[in-house]
Write a protein that binds this ligand. Structure first.
Ligand SMILES: Cc1cc2nc3c(=O)[nH]c(=O)nc-3n(C[C@H](O)[C@H](O)[C@H](O)COP(=O)(O)OP(=O)(O)OC[C@H]3O[C@@H](n4cnc5c(N)ncnc54)[C@H](O)[C@@H]3O)c2cc1C
Length: 621
């Protein structure tokens, strides 16, 4: 009788989602196998060599606060870091790092290989096996079978993936990696609704052939916050990016060849990301714009390849050979890898529970691009939660559902399972209702206790977190200090163009003034010298935006009341005549777990919600 190896859990995929899921399972003591089509694609940055950016930076800090790996891996492999949106409010301050692609991959591969309870193997999963509606194992195309009790599927952009360059269409994953052509059939048999999405990437060009002298150099910022709350060594900027522009010539080339663009001649069927448009899309959509911004981003210190951000395309190679040299500074450029579009299969995320478990198969969780999102950070966030929940499933415990007031991760997953997405979903700060509370600097205040409860936050991180809370409390206490209005204070306030109070002034009231913040006071007075910049930043924002935060707290309380009213399983919505037909259909399909979730489903009216509440009250009675 054939003997099959048994694991507690198996993770399909070693992309950004798979890595977080596998580490979360292994670090909570589950004997885990991680399978990937190619070990060289572990944590592969298929598109831009950067992590973070608006709202994506928040996701990375939240992953770190919960005990995930992406923040640490980014700090360890970054070549440049900047805080975006500093001219706007603190809710949208976003860290963005340029990373060394090769170092990012190599370090993550080593972390996986050295992780206790985790085995990593190269193989193509062809079939997921179930028994009585539950996971029991999987088979590979290479003829192996593994047994397990739970699976996290994080197959990314590889399911039946095809790359497209003009008329050229080939079965391939990104960067020439092989596609996964067998699993989709099995997923359809398991009842998954499969969608076809697409995304695209620009060419990689040889830096030796780029004229950087006529471009605007962009360097990183010193003394800046890290992604990981554990990072202690100051971050070093070692590489620059370069800003340039397309030209009217670029526009002409595209317009003259638009009929060859797969997107415009119907060769591409998959739905693309609205917020990462190709250059041909930008030229056609913003016809009034003559030129578009382009950034040259270094891929790694181990190669001369540069990523041409802003010129993603799937136009034929001969057009690309005209197009890239028309960009200022690229006149003599050599293309090392052509730009391409990639189409791939993904699933309808409304078939998932808020724990990311598939509704039709117990123990099967999905995460990442397969759920219809786009982005390393979005994928890693889902991978972490799916990994945590697969572990809790094995322990027979209730799954972790992060609410919309706790995190961008909570907003992301709730949007996916409640509203679904008919195009690659990218996280944005505008998607969050409570964004002044969901800042990067307080991600640990919001999430590290939860990470501790699920067993992912180790003692070192927990102690550091506790010390931070103590420091914040102590710093806030010190704000009660009264400062006398002496010449020093008068000079300080005059310098800040602020009015001079008659009596002594509490530092608390001082930083409530428009033009004074806690960093200014810290430069002038030595009350706060024992605290590091991050503590001062959090306290400064908490106090200066106290009114708004209090209002958000009230809104959150109201929302949590609705979240608390659970909807029992097994309700026959079809029988609730008072509900609109659309409401009955959508409630039946999504099976919301709370009144709050039901009220967020598009097409469900407040009237439908009142009928549901009355029905539940009567049922309870
Ligand atoms: C060309 C391109 C352009 C992109 N452009 C952007 C962009 O502009 N902006 C943006 O935010 N994001 C972009 N992305 C998306 C970004 O790369 C993904 O969001 C991210 O990599 C998704 O992570 P993931 O973990 O879900 O999947 P991936 O990183 O794709 O990893 C999937 C993993 O699953 C494995 N796998 C798949 N099927 C099987 C199987 N059957 N058996 C075993 N292993 C399997 C693969 O080997 C791989 O390890 C782009 C991606 C590509 C390819």
């Amino acid at each position: 009788m054939e003997k099959y190896t048994k694991y507690d859990a198996i993770v399909i995929g070693a992309g950004h989602a798979g890595c977080e899921a596998g580490l979360a399972l292994a670090r909570t003591g589950k004997n885990t196998l991680m399978l990937t089509l190619n070990l060289d694609s572990i944590a592969f940055l298929a598109c831009n060599p950067s992590i973070g950016g608006t709202a994506k930076g928040h996701l990375v800090c939240e992953i770190d606060a919960l005990g995930g790996e992406m923040g640490i891996n980014t700090d360890a492999s970054l070549t440049q870091i900047r805080m975006l949106n500093k001219g706007k409010g603190p809710a949208v301050y976003s860290l963005r790092a340029q990373v060394d692609k090769i170092s990012y991959h190599t370090r993550m591969k080593r972390v996986l290989e050295n992780q206790e309870n985790l085995s990593v193997k190269q193989a193509e999963v062809s079939e997921i096996l179930t028994k009585n509606g539950k996971i029991c194992g999987l088979s590979t195309a290479q003829g192996e079978k593994f047994l397990c009790d739970t699976i996290v599927m994080a197959t990314g952009v590889y399911l039946k993936s095809q790359i497209i360059i003009g008329q050229y269409k080939s079965d391939s994953g990104p960067n020439g990696f092989s596609p996964a052509n067998l699993l989709t059939k099995n997923l359809i048999e398991l009842g998954f609704k499969v969608l076809r999405f697409k995304t695209g990437t620009p060419a990689r060009v040889d830096g030796k052939t780029v004229n950087f002298d006529i471009m605007e150099k962009q360097i990183g910022e010193e003394d800046i916050q890290s992604f990981s709350f554990l990072t202690e060594t100051p971050l070093k900027n070692t590489a620059a990016c370069y800003l340039t522009h397309t030209t009217p010539e670029t526009k002409k080339i595209i317009i003259n060849n638009i009929h060859k663009a797969p997107l415009y001649c119907g060769l591409i069927k998959g739905i693309g990301p609205r917020y990462c448009p190709s250059i041909e899309d930008k030229i056609m959509r913003f016809a009034d714009k003559e030129v578009h911004q382009v950034f040259l981003e270094p891929e790694s210190k181990y190669t001369n390849e540069f990523y041409v951000q802003g010129v993603s395309t799937s136009l034929p190679v001969d057009v690309q050979n005209e197009l890239y040299p028309s960009v200022t500074g690229l006149e003599n450029v050599k293309i090392m890898r052509n730009a391409y579009a990639i189409e791939y299969d993904c699933i309808d995320s409304m078939q998932l529970k808020p724990t990311l478990e598939y509704k039709n198969v117990k123990g099967l969780f999905t995460a990442g691009q397969i759920n219809g999102t786009s982005g390393y950070e979005e994928a890693a966030a889902q991978g972490l939660i799916a990994g945590i929940n697969a572990g809790l499933y094995l322990d027979g415990k209730e799954g972790l559902v992060l609410k919309r007031n706790s995190s961008y991760i909570g907003v992301l997953i709730d949007d996916l399972v409640t509203k679904g997405t008919n195009e690659p979903y990218r996280m944005m700060t505008s998607r969050a209702e409570y964004r002044l509370w969901l800042r990067q600097d307080n991600a640990d205040v919001r999430l590290t206790e939860i990470g501790r409860e699920v067993g992912l936050v180790n003692d070192k991180r927990y102690e550091k977190f506790q010390n931070k809370l103590k420091d914040i409390a102590k710093c806030k206490q010190l704000l009660e200090t009264k400062v006398k209005i002496d010449q020093k204070m008068i000079d300080f306030l005059n310098k800040k163009n602020e009015s001079i109070p008659k009596q002594t002034i509490r530092i608390y009231d001082l930083i409530k003034k428009n033009k004074v913040n806690l960093h200014d006071v810290n430069e002038e007075y030595d009350f706060f010298r024992e605290f590091d910049r991050k503590i001062l930043e959090t306290v400064n924002i908490d106090i200066r935006y106290e009114g708004y935060l209090k209002q958000q707290e009230r809104d959150i309380k109201e929302m949590l009341k609705q979240e608390a009213s659970k909807i029992p399983e097994g309700i026959e919505y079809g029988a609730l005549k008072g509900l609109s037909l659309e409401a009955r259909e959508k409630l039946e399909k999504i099976k919301p777990q709370t009144i709050a979730q039901a009220s967020r489903i598009s097409g469900i009216s407040p009237a439908d919600i009142s009928i549901l509440i009355i029905y539940l009250k009567m049922k309870a009675r």
